[in-house]
Design a protein around this ligand. Structure first.
Ligand code: MCN
Length: 788
């Protein structure tokens, strides 16, 4: 097998995990039932801002089947620390303690004020109704600019302001470049708030074990981080706490969080000595799972008369919501170096201000900060194109740097690992049939068709693979960015790989097994990937920021290479030659010039296990741990083109064609990469056209469920054509870059640019997100000078 085996990497290997999912045998947290298990339910504030005068749980506790109920004050002594906020972005950031239950004030609709525990889920839900909370409603503030205005209600009174932080970054002489530039384009964009909707709602189950130990199952992207955070918050020794994220049905960033319910389940299990479970309802998901995005952006481009950009300046307000969750303040900054997109220039300055409001806390949502940055630069460059009278393709071509294969600085100061932006754009133009489309567009304009055609571009640049740890320190992030893998080759030649990342839809079991099977020359069926359990896979930093392959996958490869090196010593000893006399290929060591004298990895694993005849000083067993902390980010990029039909009478937008050409370096599994791109693009199209969380001025969520909040379904999915170029990353030896967020980062801007492009001949230059029929119709009326 080993000699003839075709390489797995680069092939469309079918997903190893699929049989389990497709036959309904996957076990999610909510599937787990333990003897003596109790159910928890959270009493949530109906007000966005209210003083908690009194919480009376006596009626609830008296109900049959109710075991206990507690207010925030009752549990005040149970916490060793507030919930972890891991990214204090500036020295003077205002970071209010976030306790799992509010004690003095409720600060958003859905803020937990009490908790009940009962013998069943239904009884717990009933008991919630029997908890009497006396509130004194306070004026709420929802809008960021209103929150910063004099006299606004203050979310955290101790600060006397709703300004959470202001963070700045400059590179080059921004003032001079803008003062001297003959052309300055200034745009303002509002990015609406979004509500992540993973297929599986959140769920937790805490079980007290022997000798003060606890196991916490949680539908989380980050079991390793949850473990540290829960040890800090509950005071349960980290060594006594095991966190397991079993099968997790999607997260999109919303399960990159340390939630109050995780901490509550643990302390209640501790108090009551019984397992405690909680599963979110979809309505709770809307109120209490973190939200994403919501920014007001002002971006300026300084250029010469031809449209060559020399400088970038952006001011961003970012809505934090009512509390800072794990990376709330840092989330906008994940895009802080990308307001120059893939373009050149010499000066760059950005300023971000985080603002508290009486709304659900925001945090990472697929792309986290980078879709926002891409929205700003990709729409602004189109505005520049209109200003200097250039085609959107032309303005991009002239502002791209030449192709580069070594790390090269971009205007914000990041060193981009490798890139050929021209190649992705040219490929996308080919795939979309650009010339023909422009002709068709002109023909429709000439005829005055009701349905006009728009072609929108987004030639994005992304930084992902969140690490290096030293850079994270410089950004004041509280943890590291390394990742880890350990590999054991068992005596029978089967391989167990424990990984530090936590897939929840990204297919690590398949792609990481492809890497190991190639490195060790074993069939992919013999490679078992173990994850999501802090006992079985103790080292890791989990899955977010498209980091799993570019960091965790590289750790897997390095662990495999350590196995090969150890096996080489055993092989040399067994074959009585020096290590230099051995050749290694696909799991087999052969003696140079005598290919019949060979040892395979499984043979050597057996020898390492019996340990009967190992080289002096070599430890028995064939296993290895690798921890990898990269030197740089990785930088995927690409060219997305959206072709949209806009009905000029109804304002309805239909995406009729979508082309995505991404460069994510070396590809492990093309089918999985395509799946990530398609999923991400659809999410981004929905962001551009449909999804919007809205509050009224009292902080009541007007879009509290799936009937009023429009997530896309199959009919909204346009034909998507995928193309690719491959420019290996210089950051890691696999040459890989991340793909998990590319589609979501790129696509909203492409769609919005297409809508404006379709209507530009009518004088439309701006469209608010999401571009609903009403907004599009109003924009047309405004451009025509009519009342809108
Ligand atoms: N891959 C590959 N070749 C490449 C790049 C990636 O074969 N050059 C493979 C990887 O090996 C992995 C998958 O593609 O199997 C995604 O890899 P990567 O880009 O490293 O992203 P992560 O695994 O770290 O996933 C995180 C990313 C993020 S941040 C969000 S949000 C997101 C996403 O992935 N949420 C998802 N994709 C999701 N997909 C599903 N189904 N569900 C979610 O919640």
């Amino acid at each position: 097998m080993a000699m003839t085996q075709e390489r797995y990497v680069g092939r469309e290997v079918l997903r190893k995990e699929d049989p389990e999912f497709l036959t309904g045998r996957a076990r999610y947290t909510d599937d787990l039932v333990l003897p003596g298990m109790l159910w928890m339910a959270v009493v949530r504030s109906p007000f966005a801002h209210a003083r908690i005068k009194k919480v009376d749980v006596s009626r609830a506790v008296a109900m049959e089947g109710v075991v206990a109920a507690f207010s925030g004050q009752d549990l005040a002594g149970d916490w060793a620390a507030p919930l972890l906020m891991a990214w204090p972005v500036t020295e003077d950031i205002k970071n209010p303690p976030h306790w799992p239950l509010a004690r003095d004030k409720a600060r958003y609709q859905g803020d937990g004020v009490a908790v009940v525990v009962a013998e069943s889920r239904a009884l717990a839900a009933d008991a919630v109704e029997a908890v009497d909370v006396e509130y004194e409603p306070l004026p709420a503030v929802v809008d960021m600019e209103a929150a910063l205005a004099e006299g606004a209600p203050v979310v955290h009174e101790e600060f006397g302001t709703n300004r959470c932080y202001t963070w700045t970054h400059t590179n080059g002489d921004v003032e001079r470049v803008f003062a001297e530039a003959p052309v300055v384009v200034k745009e303002r964009y509002a990015i609406q708030r979004q509500i992540p909707n993973a297929m599986e709602p959140r769920s937790v189950l805490a079980e007290p074990g022997p000798a003060g130990s606890f196991t916490l199952w949680t539908a989380s992207q980050i079991p390793h981080i949850v473990k540290v955070a829960m040890a800090l918050c509950t005071g349960i020794p980290e060594s006594k706490l095991r966190v397991i994220a079993p099968r997790v049905g999607g997260g999109f960033g919303s399960k990159l969080q340390v939630y109050p319910e995780e901490a509550l389940a643990l302390v209640l299990a501790k108090r009551l000595g019984r397992p405690v479970k909680w599963t979110e309802t979809r309505s709770e998901n809307f109120l209490a799972t973190h939200h994403g995005r919501e920014q007001i952006q002002e971006i300026e481009l300084a250029a010469d008369e031809t449209g060559k950009i020399r400088g970038y300046r952006a001011r961003v307000l970012a809505n934090m919501g009512a509390y800072l969750r794990i990376i709330t303040p840092g989330t906008p900054l994940l895009g802080a170096f990308l307001y120059c997109g893939a373009y050149g220039g010499e000066a760059y300055g950005v300023e971000f201000t985080g603002v508290f409001t009486n709304t659900t806390p925001t945090d990472a949502y697929r792309g986290a900060g980078r879709p926002e940055a891409t929205n700003a630069i990709e729409r602004a460059i189109d505005a520049l194109a209109r200003r200097v009278g250039k085609d959107p393709v032309e303005i991009r071509r002239m502002n791209f740097p030449p192709p580069f294969t070594e790390p090269t600085p971009c205007p914000s100061g990041l060193n981009v690992d490798s890139g050929n932006y021209h190649a992705t754009l040219e490929r996308a133009l080919e795939l979309v049939g650009y010339e023909e489309l422009r002709k068709e567009q002109q023909a429709r304009r000439d005829r005055g068709d009701v349905k006009q055609l728009g072609i929108g571009f987004s030639t994005y640049l992304e930084n992902c693979g969140l690490a290096p740890s030293r850079v994270l320190k410089a950004l004041r992030y509280a943890a590291g960015g390394w990742d880890a893998a350990s590999i054991r080759v068992l005596p029978t030649g089967k391989v167990v790989v424990a990984i530090g990342t936590t897939p929840h839809g990204q297919s690590h079991e398949t792609t990481f097994a492809q890497i190991v099977a190639d490195d060790l020359g074993v069939p992919i069926e013999d490679v078992e990937i173990v994850f999501g359990d802090t006992e079985l896979a103790p080292w890791g930093m989990d899955t977010y920021g498209s980091r799993s392959l570019a960091i965790g996958g590289v750790a897997v490869h390095r662990a495999a290479m350590k196995i090969v090196e150890k096996a080489r010593r055993i092989a040399a000893h067994a074959l009585e030659v020096s290590e230099d006399d051995l050749e290694y290929e696909a799991g087999r060591f052969t003696v140079k010039g005598a290919p019949d004298r060979a040892k395979t990895i499984p043979e050597l694993a057996f020898a390492a296990w019996t340990a009967h005849d190992l080289p002096d000083g070599l430890e028995p067993n064939l296993d290895a741990l690798a921890v990898y902390d990269p030197e740089n980010f990785v930088f995927p990029y690409g060219a997305h083109i959206c072709v949209a039909e806009v009905d000029t009478e109804t304002g309805e937008v239909e995406v009729v064609k979508y082309v995505a050409v991404d460069d994510v370096g070396t590809i492990i599994n093309p089918q999985i990469v395509d799946g990530q791109v398609v999923g991400g693009v659809i999410q981004g199209i929905a962001e551009a056209l449909y999804e919007e969380a809205r509050y009224d001025e009292n902080g009541q969520l007007l879009t509290p469920n799936l009937t009023s909040y429009a997530v896309p379904a199959a009919p909204e999915v346009p034909p998507i054509t995928i193309g690719r170029t491959v420019t290996p990353s210089t950051t890691n030896e696999l040459g890989v870059k991340g793909v998990g967020e590319t589609g979501t980062i790129a696509s909203p801007a492409a769609v919005l640019n297409a809508v404006v492009d379709a209507l530009s001949h009518l004088g439309v230059t701006q469209i608010e997100r999401p571009a609903t029929p009403e907004k599009v119709w109003r924009a047309i009326q405004r451009a025509k000078g009519g009342a809108a």
